[in-house]
Design a binder for this molecule. Structure first.
Ligand code: ADP
Ligand code: MG
Length: 603
């Protein structure tokens, strides 16, 4: 039976009304298949791509089976991050808007227990939460499970990636007696998830909705050998040499996302980060900028990229190789869509990464060619050619009479037109704006100690990388990511390993980093100040120049810079209060594109 309308699903009046208001006219394939089966009371394993409407696929039946009279928790949805929990709660709220007396709450770490306990006591029926906090409530006795009718694992693969396996199993075991449906949704189905399904589900209906085949033929896949410490440099060069203006770079941890964003901005590459701990408003802000091409590079973790719908990217670059082959396919599937050409670039350090590349090649049945990072002189060449093209256009479309007269005058004073042009060129930042470092041997030298990731770990060396126990750790001679460990970071995304994070050390409590970012492009925001800069379109100023100059000179993260409005003769830029003084101080007497900057607080 193929269902093409919501009407065919015979949903309640309240849900239908909500769907209408939400603008959902036809069920997505995963909804069409999962909803009837869930309404029958069956367990479900649902696999479908990001953005295919999985939330409503379990949310609608969950709302339908809730007994609104009973003021007890009847449904639990587990999500990997607080951000996703909020998102799911929001969707369920909308779906249940016209279903009387159904209430939902999101519970996650970093939020006061009291509020959550009160909400639960006040009779919510649906709890959306991160596994750690849900367990805490179970342990405290504030969350009772005996009336659970449905338990949903949303983004199950990601939860396992984040080390929640034990927590999930605990919750599943503790609810085992309740006569409940167990529902599992995931974009990928690695073995640990199948294990959980086998162990905790009753005769599940497996629903798999695969997107149209990955059009790998239109994607140029390459890998680049690079030393760990030069990854940022390599990314900068690849982006610059290819003049990418719309690319996603994937990192495996939130901390790496933040670091890379800072480093790219410092090099004049316009980048913003996206990770699971950011608030919805911030994510929307970043995504808006990216879609409008005001941001060149989006640096993201897998989990953050889940919630976003961008495709037809010019390129996907893996700063870190993903944890498993399927994630690779999901990552690079965002480029080369609809017959367009795309690039998938991978940075590779050491043998372990090489093995991953081979695993990916086997999995995708495609060849990933070895590429070379462009040298500085190649990049200069490319930029010079671009600049020449730009100048040709400029000369063809502008009246230069007055300027030529001025050049003649220089000639009379002993400065030839050639010398003058060269001087101006030097002052002009456009063709040398991005700061790629000179003379760096990006590749690993053969005698390099890092090359031979010799098997300190013996037996584990040959493990398939999806389950490699130490992937994501600083196994490479205890270097690289060991600084993440030392700094006590919770942000390391472990692979499907047993190394469950310690209690109180769970991912969702990690970096609150997102929170300190004011949504700085709202001019009405009291924390934001609007600055006036005396340069604009006529000086060929672009948003990247402003961000590059401010981030580079005042040493503030590019992402703190808010809306930029460029007019013909001047520019307005919104920045957070606390950065105003350093920015004005450092920009005074500086130049952008060779033009002296005058900057002040806008009146
Ligand atoms: P997933 O969990 O599969 O990544 P979501 O449930 O987050 O996807 O849904 C992605 C987006 O699609 C959301 O904005 C959601 O509101 C919207 N959506 C879901 N189902 C439908 C539908 N049947 N018609 C229109 N939009 C839908
Ligand atoms: Mg989802």
């Amino acid at each position: 039976m193929s269902i093409t309308t919501f009407a065919e699903l015979s949903l309640s009046e309240g849900i239908n009304k909500a769907l209408e208001e939400m603008g959902f006219t036809t069920p997505s394939p995963i909804q069409a298949q999962a909803i009837p089966v869930l309404l029958e009371g069956r367990d479900v394993v649902g696999q479908a791509q990001t953005g295919t409407g999985k939330t409503a696929a379990f949310g609608i039946p969950l709302i339908e089976i809730i007994d609104p009279e009973m003021k007890k928790v009847q449904g639990i949805i587990l999500c990997p991050t607080r951000e996703l929990a909020e998102q799911v709660m929001g969707e369920i709220k909308k779906l249940s808007k016209y279903t009387k007396d159904v209430r939902v709450v999101a519970i996650y770490g970093g939020q006061s227990y009291d509020r959550q306990i009160k909400a639960i006591r006040d009779g919510v029926q649906i709890v959306v939460g991160t596994p750690g906090r849900v367990i805490d409530h179970i342990d405290r006795g504030t969350l009772k499970l005996e009336n659970i009718k449905m338990l949903v694992l949303d983004e199950a693969d990601e939860m396992l990636n984040m080390g929640f396996r034990d927590d999930i199993e605990t919750i599943l075991s503790e609810t085992a007696e309740a006569d409940r449906q167990t529902v599992l949704f995931s974009a990928t189905m690695p073995k640990p998830i199948q294990d959980i399904a086998r162990k905790f589900q009753k005769d599940p209906v497996v629903i798999k909705v695969t997107r149209e085949e990955l059009t790998i033929s239109t994607i140029t896949q390459k890998y680049f050998e690079v030393r760990d410490e030069y990854r940022t440099e390599a990314i900068t060069r690849l982006i610059t040499a290819n003049a990418f203006a719309n690319v996603i770079v994937f990192c495996n941890t939130k901390m790496k996302v933040d670091n890379l964003v800072d480093e790219l901005n410092a090099k004049g590459v316009l980048a913003e980060g996206l990770h699971g701990d950011m608030q919805q408003a911030q994510r929307n802000n970043v995504m808006g900028k990216f879609k409008e091409k005001r941001v060149q590079v989006l640096v993201a973790t897998d989990v953050a990229a889940r919630g976003i719908d961008v495709d037809n990217l010019e390129a996907v670059i893996n700063f870190d190789l993903p944890m498993d082959e399927e994630s690779y396919v999901h990552r690079i599937g965002r480029t080369g869509r609809a017959g367009k050409l795309g690039s998938a670039f991978n940075l590779v350090t050491g043998r372990k990464d090489q093995r991953k590349i081979q695993d990916i090649e086997r999995f995708t049945k495609a060849t990933i060619e070895k590429g070379t990072i462009p040298t500085l002189s190649e990049i200069k060449d490319i930029r010079r050619k671009k600049f020449q093209g730009y100048m040709q256009e400029y000369v063809a479309t502008n009246n230069l009479d007055e300027a030529i007269a001025s050049v003649m005058e220089f000639g009379e004073n002993g400065i030839s037109a050639e010398t003058l042009a060269a001087a101006l060129l030097n002052m002009h930042q456009a063709w040398k704006h991005v700061d790629v470092s000179d003379n760096i041997e990006l590749r690993q030298g053969s005698g390099d100690r890092r090359e031979g990731g010799r098997s300190e770990r013996g037996g584990e060396r040959e493990s398939r990388f999806g389950r490699d126990r130490d992937s994501g750790r600083g196994d490479r001679n205890g270097r690289s990511s060991d600084r993440f460990e030392r700094s006590g970071s919770r942000e390391r995304t472990s692979s499907f390993s047993n190394d469950r994070p310690e209690r109180g050390d769970r991912p969702e409590r990690g970096g609150d980093r997102g929170d300190r970012r004011a949504p700085s492009d709202r001019p009405t925001d009291p924390n934001t100040v609007r600055l006036f800069i005396n340069l604009g379109r006529e000086q060929n100023v672009r948003p990247g120049d402003i961000v590059g100059a401010i981030a580079g000179e005042a040493r503030i993260p590019g992402r703190d810079i808010g809306q930029i409005d460029i007019y013909d003769k001047f520019t307005f830029v919104n920045v957070p209060n606390e950065h105003v003084d350093p920015i004005i101080r450092s920009m005074k007497n500086n130049t952008i594109k060779g033009h002296k900057v005058n900057i002040e607080v806008a009146k």
